[in-house]
Design a protein around this ligand. Sequence first.
Ligand SMILES: [Zn+2]
Length: 90
Amino acid sequence: MSSKLEQDISKLDYLFNQIKEPIVCVKCSDELTQGLTDAKSIQDYSRIDVGFTDRGLQIWCQRHQLNICHINFEGKMPEADFRCLEKKNK
Ligand SMILES: [Zn+2]
């Protein structure tokens, strides 16, 4: 039972941060690059809404009230995993 569980967890690496190409607001990125903010990173500076829409999934910049990216699911709902996986420090 426990060994089966360990196997299953090893297949869940994708629930950790696997981002290879971050999607950022171009305006936020420009302002950070130009030193117009005290934020140390784009993660600190970004204020982003992410959610499902009729079209698919949208990433929206709250700061600039601009679309960052709107993915078209073309009427299909892709598999989505909303589980959280935390590493235990033992
Ligand atoms: Zn922005």
